[in-house]
Design a protein around this ligand. Structure first.
Ligand code: GLP
Length: 257
């Protein structure tokens, strides 16, 4: 194993995923109370659902104020019409946006309803908007079973930025149940890049359940590189990984790569 492959990622193993949800939400709460104009990077998927539920509770019960917070989502399917129930925008409304007091103008999602030629331009605008907001203060992240972060599929380089990507077969297969069938799953998406992710001043990555055990172990031990984009997280300080017992089950097994 070379030096770079040894770099570690501080990992917190919890008995119940709700503990991780509360811990990550508490960090976001502390950030927003200290910096009401904080810029948050937001993920979709099963993984962060509990964090959003906890943030909604903190808004309702503890007055956590999102009125000046700015948000940027990681990714969006390409080609779904605005308002399609499977867009990540709709998902975010259901789980978070519709339940807190974010200002609509402060919510940013990749503009993926555009025709491809205009979507390309919108990627550069998205990067510029993140810069204009002063960069991401804290980004929450799930990990795909193939090691993707956002929709940075295997092959994504360390210097990648917001762009249109082809979705990997495993990613599309994993989304098939949500869409009803594999045929319905878009073939492309817009995602912020690996470099965009790693520029965030803090990253809280999470993985729960037995289906993530293999990828969690590989994220922590495989050589850092584009074959497994989640390994790039080991190159940055201020990144922590939060996993439950099931997702942690294979950490430390030999010959992981
Ligand atoms: C999705 C998203 C990612 C997410 C990952 C894992 O498709 N694009 O941002 O982190 O795949 O999803 P889940 O949390 O449902 O396992």
């Amino acid at each position: 194993m070379n030096e770079i492959a040894k770099q570690t990622l501080p990992t917190f193993v919890v008995e119940e995923r709700a503990q991780a949800d509360r811990a990550v939400a508490a960090e976001i709460e502390a950030l927003v109370r200290a910096k009401p104009t904080a810029a948050l990077g937001l993920a979709t998927g099963n993984t962060p659902i509990g964090v959003y539920a906890e943030l909604v509770r903190l808004h309702r019960e503890a007055g956590l104020d999102f009125s000046r917070v700015v948000t940027f989502n990681l990714d969006e399917y390409l080609g779904l019409p605005l308002g399609h129930p499977r867009t990540f925008r709709c998902w975010m409304c259901d789980h978070f946006f519709d339940h807190v007091n974010l200002a609509p103008d402060n919510i940013h999602m990749p503009d993926a309803g555009l025709p491809p030629e205009r979507a390309v331009e919108s990627c550069a605008r998205y990067e510029a908007a993140i810069q204009a907001a002063g960069g991401l203060d804290l980004l929450i992240l799930g990990i795909g079973r193939n090691g993707h972060i956002g929709f940075n599929e295997p092959g994504s380089t360390r210097d990648s930025r917001t762009r249109i990507v082809d979705l990997a077969p495993l990613t599309r297969a994993d989304a098939a149940a949500t869409f009803g069938s594999l045929d319905e799953v878009p073939k492309q998406a817009i995602t912020i890049g690996v470099a965009t992710i790693l520029d965030a001043r803090a990253i809280r990555a999470m993985a729960f359940g037995p289906s993530k055990a293999e990828i969690v172990a590989r994220t922590l031990s495989a050589p850092i590189g584009p074959d497994l984009p989640a390994t790039f997280l080991r190159q940055r300080a201020h990144v922590t990984l939060h996993v439950d017992r099931d997702a942690a089950a294979r950490i430390g097994e030999r010959n992981r790569p």
